[in-house]
Design a protein around this ligand. Structure first.
Ligand code: NAD
Length: 350
């Protein structure tokens, strides 16, 4: 059975992907510093994957540490080798992801997202593990094209997007340095929202997220008085920003299929948009959230934010044609599952 190393496996997207992979029969090793997640996530992953005792299983092994630390990476790979559990693929979720913060802390973003990733790739090379799934972002596109495909020009508007695009370039260089060796996919996520339908996993909004969806949930929970809508003068049908929201479980399924695709095909580097291809404005999102969950989300119109773009919707044709994958869950389901998670865990994993 294949063993997969998941960095950031207790974060929002990583945790949902761990459940999909464990239930598909993979053995997992998680490396996480828990800088933006809770160790409680591990209990819930185990519950959803029917693991009775995390200390007594080879299905899920957890290392607490920073992926910039080569020592811990060496330990993980050498332990796996000793146990004849060689790591066949790395899924690299860990990183810093707050777009706004990246403007104020660019060095941290370059250090973690870029230097840290180089670190992992060097250790992978040393242990002859050459299959890599990378969490990239639609932030690489910037605002040049409303409906970009993977060949559209990428021109990030912030340091976060720059770091993702830079890692993509490094990965292409790496592949072309030895084209018979590396299997690499970078997945450009659009706007992941939703939660596991059990209500056991979701996005921990205590961790100062600045995305719109956590804010909608906070307002609906009464933790914030109103939602700030940044601009109603964008060139969109109702003047508010349009985005492509994707259910986190569809994203998790996309990772599973992307990895299967890599492991079954010849060495290559491939870039795929993971989105639904459906655009929703902020006002539509509020309305659907309110209708799906019978609650109110008061809002105020505020000024546009620097670095925002009017409209960004995935052209997802390539992902659909290459992977045995299609996003199945609609916006109503995303809103319902998020609300279920929030009502059950109003303080996140605390
Ligand atoms: N959530 C989004 O809207 C979104 C959109 C596009 C791309 N992405 C990318 O997807 C990936 C996962 O996003 P997420 O929403 O699950 O984020 P998250 O913050 O919930 O998860 C990231 C995980 O990585 C861990 N981590 C961070 N730095 C680390 C380090 N140096 N060493 C070890 N562990 C570390 C955190 O503790 C956390 O568990 C990120 O790379 C992010 O940039 C996210």
């Amino acid at each position: 059975m294949n063993t997969i190393l998941i960095t950031g496996g207790t974060g929002f997207i990583g945790s949902h992907t761990c459940v999909v992979l464990l239930n598909a029969g993979f053995n997992l090793i998680i490396l996480d510093s828990f800088i933006n997640s809770s160790e409680k996530v591990l209990d819930n992953i185990c519950e959803l994957a029917n693991i009775k005792d995390i200390n007594q299983t080879q299905r899920l092994i957890v290392y607490k540490g920073d992926f910039r630390n080569k020592k811990i990476l060496n330990l993980i790979f050498s332990d796996a080798e000793l146990k004849n559990n060689n790591i066949s693929c790395v899924m690299h979720f860990a990183g810093l992801k707050a777009v706004g913060e990246s403007n104020f802390k660019p060095l941290s973003y370059w250090d973690v997202n870029v230097s840290g990733t180089i670190n992992i790739l060097k250790v992978m090379e040393q242990y002859k593990c050459n299959n890599f799934v990378f969490s990239s972002s639609a932030a690489v596109y910037g605002g040049l094209n409303n409906n970009p495909n993977e060949d559209s020009i990428a021109r990030p508007e912030n340091p976060y997007g720059e770091t993702k695009l830079t890692v993509e370039k490094i990965l292409r260089n790496l592949y072309f340095s030895s084209p018979n060796k590396w299997r690499i996919v970078f997945l450009r996520y659009f706007n992941p929202i939703g939660a596991h339908e059990s209500g056991l996993l979701g996005e921990d909004f205590n961790n100062d997220a600045t995305n719109i969806f956590p804010d909608i949930c906070k307002v609906a929970l009464g933790k914030k008085k109103f939602l700030k809508v940044f601009g109603n003068d964008w060139p969109t049908p109702d003047g508010t920003g349009v985005r492509d929201y994707i259910h986190v479980m569809d994203l998790a399924d996309g990772h599973f299929q992307a990895m299967q695709y890599l492991l079954r095909n010849k060495p290559q580097v491939v870039c795929l948009n993971l989105g639904t291809g459906v655009g929703t404005s902020v006002l539509e999102l509020i309305r659907i959230f309110e209708e799906s969950n019978s609650c109110k989300v008061p809002y105020l119109i505020s000024h546009r934010r620097i670095g925002d773009v009017a409209c960004l919707i995935a052209d997802n044709k390539l992902a659909i044609s290459k992977l045995n994958w299609f996003p199945k869950r609609d916006l109503k389901k995303m809103c319902q599952d998020s609300w279920n998670w929030n009502k059950k865990n109003p303080n996140g994993y605390e």
